[in-house]
Design a protein around this ligand. Structure first.
Ligand code: FAD
Length: 323
C-alpha cells in the first residue's frame, strides 16, 4: 500500500498549494513506512514533476491527455482512481482548492473512502486509529476526526503545512486512464483565468491588497492598486464593494467569494465580518488598516494600524516603492 497525492499545475509549474499537499503526503508515507506517489494531470513541465522528490514524492504518474488541460471533474476522478488502484493507495491527499474539494468528494464515493476536508495538521496514527484535525465553522474551531474506512482521503488547508525541501528527485512515468468521450460530457466550453488589476491570479497570490467600504468609492481605488503594484500583489475587495460595482465580482473574497491564502493579506477599510474572514483566515500574516480601533478585524490581525486609510496608505505606497 502507498500514499497518493494529487498535484495541480498552473502555467507548467506545480501550484504552491499542491507542493504543500505533496509535503504532507511525503510525511505520511514516512510515518507509515511506505512510498508516496503523485498523480499529475494536464500541462506540467517534466522538471517540475521530478522536483517533487524534494517534498518526499518517490514517483510521479503523469497523464498528458490534451483534453485534461482544463478541469473536468469526471475525467480527473477517473485518472486519480486509476492511479490509486495501480499504486494500491490507501491514503489520498489533495489540496483543499476548488478542484481538490470537487474531486475529493467524488473519489470518496467511488472508492468508498472517508473524506476529511480543510485538514490543518499531520494525522495521529496509532495502529488502525487514524485521526486528522480539520478547521470547522469558517476556521473558528478545530475538530479531530477519525478516518475509519480502508481508504482515507485528506484535503489539506492551504498554508497549514510547510513545504519540505529535502533533496532527491522523483521518477516520472506515463499513466493512461483510457478516457472516453463520455468522461468529458460535462466539460466546460472554455476556462478563463482572470487576473486581477495587480496582474496576479488571486487564489494563487503571495500578497493580496484588499479594500472595503471604508474606501468610500471606486474613485479612491488607486490607493489599493498603487500599493498592490508596489508590492507585486493581487487586488481584492469585500462583498459590498463588488455588489456596488466599485470592483468586479472576481475580486470579492470571503465565504461567498474567492478564498485566498497569501503570505501577506492587507485589509484596508474592511470591518472584518465573519463572512469576510472565512475567505482570508488562512493567510500567513494579516495587516489591518482601519480608523475604528474596535473593528472586529483587529482580533484576527497580526499587525494593525489604527488610522485613516487616506493618510496611512499613501505613506505605505511611498515606503513600498522605496524597497
Ligand atoms: P463595512 O462593514 O461597512 O466596514 C467598513 C470599515 O471601514 C469599517 O470597519 C470602518 O471603520 C472602516 N473605515 C471607514 N472609513 C475608513 C477610513 N477612512 N480609513 C480606514 N478605515 C475606514 N462579505 C465579504 O466581504 N465577503 C463575503 O464572501 C461575504 N459573504 C456574505 C454572505 C452572507 C450570507 C452574508 C449575510 C454576508 C456576507 N458578507 C460577505 C457581508 C459581510 O457580512 C459584511 O457586511 C461585509 O464584509 C462588510 O464589508 P466592509 O467591511 O467592506 O464594509
Amino acid at each position: 500500500m502507498s500514499v497518493l497525492v494529487f498535484v495541480e499545475g498552473l502555467n507548467g509549474e506545480i501550484k504552491k498549494s499542491s507542493l504543500e499537499a505533496a509535503s504532507y503526503g511525503g510525511q505520511i508515507a514516512k510515518q507509515l513506512g511506505t512510498t508516496a506517489t503523485a498523480v499529475a494531470i494536464g500541462e506540467v513541465h517534466e522538471d517540475a514533476l521530478t522536483k517533487l522528490g524534494e517534498q518526499g514524492i518517490n514517483k510521479v504518474l503523469y497523464d498528458a491527455d490534451d483534453r485534461l488541460k482544463q478541469f473536468v471533474a469526471d475525467a480527473y476522478v477517473k485518472v486519480i482512481a486509476k492511479a490509486a488502484q495501480q499504486e494500491d493507495a490507501k491514503v489520498l491527499v489533495f489540496s483543499n482548492t476548488n478542484i481538490g474539494a470537487a474531486v475529493g468528494s467524488k473519489l470518496a464515493v467511488r472508492l468508498s473512502g472517508s473524506l476529511a476536508t480543510n485538514v490543518t495538521a499531520l494525522p495521529t496514527i496509532n495502529g488502525n486509529n487514524f485521526v486528522v484535525t480539520r478547521g470547522v465553522f469558517s476556521g473558528k474551531a478545530f475538530a479531530d476526526v477519525e478516518l475509519s474506512s480502508d481508504v482515507k482521503i485528506i484535503a489539506v488547508k492551504k498554508n497549514s503545512i510547510e513545504i519540505a525541501h529535502e533533496g532527491g528527485s522523483a521518477t516520472v512515468e506515463k499513466l493512461s486512464a483510457d478516457l472516453a468521450d463520455a468522461d468529458f460530457a460535462a466539460a466546460p466550453k472554455e476556462t478563463v483565468m482572470q487576473d486581477t488589476d495587480g496582474g496576479v491570479l488571486l487564489p494563487e497570490a503571495e500578497v493580496v491588497v484588499s479594500g472595503g467600504r471604508g474606501l468610500k468609492g471606486p474613485e479612491n481605488w488607486h490607493l489599493v492598486e498603487d500599493l498592490a503594484k508596489a508590492l507585486g500583489a493581487a487586488t481584492a475587495c469585500s462583498k459590498p464593494v463588488s455588489d456596488m460595482d466599485w470592483r468586479p465580482h472576481h475580486e470579492h473574497v470571503g465565504q461567498t467569494g474567492i478564498t485566498v491564502s497569501p503570505n501577506l493579506y492587507i485589509a484596508i477599510g474592511i470591518s472584518g465580518a465573519i463572512q469576510h474572514l472565512a475567505g482570508v483566515n488562512s493567510s500567513k500574516v494579516i495587516v489591518v488598516i482601519n480608523k475604528d480601533p474596535e473593528a472586529p478585524f483587529f482580533k484576527a490581525a497580526d499587525y494593525g494600524i489604527v488610522g485613516d486609510a487616506f493618510e496611512v496608505v499613501p505613506k505605505l505606497i511611498e515606503a513600498a516603492k522605496a524597497l
